[in-house]
Design a protein around this ligand. Structure first.
Ligand SMILES: *[C@@H]1O[C@H](CO)[C@@H](O)[C@H](O)[C@H]1NC(C)=O
Ligand SMILES: *[C@@H]1O[C@H](CO)[C@@H](O)[C@H](O)[C@H]1NC(C)=O
Ligand SMILES: *[C@@H]1O[C@H](CO)[C@@H](O)[C@H](O)[C@H]1NC(C)=O
Ligand SMILES: *[C@@H]1O[C@H](CO)[C@@H](O)[C@H](O)[C@H]1NC(C)=O
Length: 467
């Protein structure tokens, strides 16, 4: 007999030596019912494993998520940007006759020429003979709207130190001129102790309610006050749909809380960071503003003064006849914006409380020092303080309900429980299959009459041995 014939068949070698439980039992059991029982037990185990494997795969490919909320405590927190707008685009005392005529359709829905304006009792000025060709609406808003020069903001404090209009960044919004405190995302201010007193950001703004030129019936508003939004400095403010409104005659205490969101990419979540054209960071507000701008440019061939873009600025007539309708359709959802949720975002929740302002002493002694009538402050003064009440923040993370590591350890556990198998056992199976394949190839190549002949008696003796 050749050494070849001496070797056991690959099946027998595999069954006797494998680390998979049970097979060596079949190979070594004396036959009859114990072997049948072992075969049944092995089949049962493999069925159990198949079922568990299937259900684990199914639950992995459902891509379920769980939400993890943690409260993190910190020694200092980055202070957010605070944007304020007066609810008034133009101050009436800064508008001249020609401006009134130019803006009349935009502000009141009626086109009034200069003689009509004069007939309404306006004093003629040097602009009565001028035409407003080439004047852009944003230049008018900037020059004749709300600004923060000293008489409009008698007090501005950051952690007890005075600040001024130089610490604000200008932007255009739905309400005209808006000013953002702490707008530099690379150089954010920090709050290091909790609470309001002497902390955070406090300002007193004179809204000049008798200079309001807004009309609710066209595209303006009927309110008087300040709109304020606390936001991430990387995110442009959207003052018409977000923010809180503050009324004169109050001191608003705005306690803020930071919430960080981490969302998951598909297929677990829906987040996606797009590349925006006019903003560095992808944010929902940035996306909505660009979307509004695109819809208006497509239908009106111009860009509203408060939206990003490079199209020429819309004149007051187009603002009234076209832009208003398109923006209304965007807001009602008839014109769609495709803005997915960003994968990371920071938002701020606010809780407000109010105190009356001013008190008797301030009214009677401080107001005259600021050149104000005693009753003026209550009608025009908006005071607000923005601060972290607690130096902690909330982190809301979307996590995979089952990640790849958990999936493989679950499968490993089930393999151990049902099969007694590991990755190395799989290698044994592979080794066996490889031997079988090589044997098969060798047989067919050697045109194996001889092999077939030697194979027969060998398998016969093998059968005998097994029995
Ligand atoms: C405007 O034009 C009228 C008539 O041409 C002239 O009498 C008047 O002085 C002009 N007013 C100004 C401010 O230039
Ligand atoms: C703000 O408005 C006042 C008039 O109310 C004006 O004198 C001042 O120059 C304006 N400041 C800026 C920065 O435009
Ligand atoms: C405000 O601006 C002034 C001048 O640029 C600067 O010295 C100061 O640090 C700023 N204050 C804050 C709170 O940013
Ligand atoms: C776009 O403009 C056309 C004509 O200018 C108008 O019929 C259509 O309603 C406008 N669409 C929107 C969404 O305003």
């Amino acid at each position: 007999m050749s050494p070849e014939d001496d070797k056991e068949s690959p099946e027998k070698a595999f069954a006797s030596n494998t680390s998979l439980h049970g097979f060596n039992r079949i190979a070594s059991s004396p036959g009859g019912s114990p072997r049948v029982l072992w075969v049944i037990a092995i089949l049962g185990s493999y069925t159990g494993f198949g079922y568990m494997f299937g259900s684990m795969m199914a639950s992995y490919f459902k891509y379920d998520t769980i939400t993890d909320t943690t409260l993190e405590f910190a020694d200092e927190l980055l202070f957010p940007a605070v944007t304020i707008c007066n609810m008034n685009k133009f101050d009436s005392d800064k508008l001249q006759v020609a401006d009134w005529s130019y803006l009349s359709l935009f502000l009141y829905g009626i086109q009034a020429d200069i003689p009509t304006i004069l007939a309404l009792g306006m004093q003629p000025d040097e602009t009565v003979n001028s035409t407003m060709t080439g004047v852009k609406i944003e230049d008018l808003v900037l020059a004749k709207g709300f600004n923060l020069s000293s008489n409009r903001m008698p007090l501005c404090l950051w952690r007890g130190a005075y600040c001024s209009e130089q610490n604000f960044t200008h932007s255009f919004g739905h309400y005209g001129n808006c000013y953002t405190f702490n707008a530099d995302a690379d150089n954010q201010l920090k709050q290091t102790t909790e609470g309001a007193h002497g902390n955070g950001f406090t300002a007193f703004v004179d809204i000049k309610e008798d200079k309001y030129t807004e009309s609710f019936l066209v595209s303006g508003n009927a309110e008087v006050g300040l709109k304020l939004l606390v936001h991430d400095p990387r995110e442009p403010p959207m003052m018409d749909t977000q923010g809180i409104a503050l009324a004169p005659g109050n001191h608003a205490f705005i306690a803020i809380k930071q919430i960080l969101y981490e969302n998951h990419v598909p297929p677990w979540g829906v987040c996606k960071d797009l590349q925006l054209e006019y903003y560095d960071t992808y944010t929902l507000n940035g996306c909505y503003l660009e979307c509004r701008s695109k819809h208006v440019v497509r239908n009106c061939s111009c860009r509203p003064y408060d939206l990003p873009g490079t199209a020429p600025s819309c004149d007051p007539r187009t603002m009234f006849t076209c832009v208003r309708a398109v923006l209304a359709q965007v807001i009602t959802g008839d014109l769609k914006c495709d803005c997915p949720v960003p994968c990371r975002m920071t938002s701020y929740s606010t809780s407000l409380s109010f105190a009356g302002f001013p008190n008797k002493h301030t009214r009677n002694y401080l107001a005259p020092l600021l050149g104000m009538e005693p009753g003026y402050m209550a009608d025009n003064g908006v005071v607000f303080s923005v601060f972290y009440e607690k130096l902690n923040y909330q982190k809301i993370r979307q996590l995979k309900a089952m990640d790849e590591g958990q999936l493989s350890s679950n499968i490993g556990g089930m393999m151990g429980l049902f099969l007694g198998a590991s990755v190395l056992s799989l290698l044994e199976v592979c080794e066996y299959l490889l031997k079988r394949l090589l044997g098969f190839l060798g047989r067919t190549r050697n045109a194996g009459v001889f092999h077939v002949q030697t194979q027969e008696p060998k398998s016969a003796t093998e059968k005998k041995a097994l029995n």
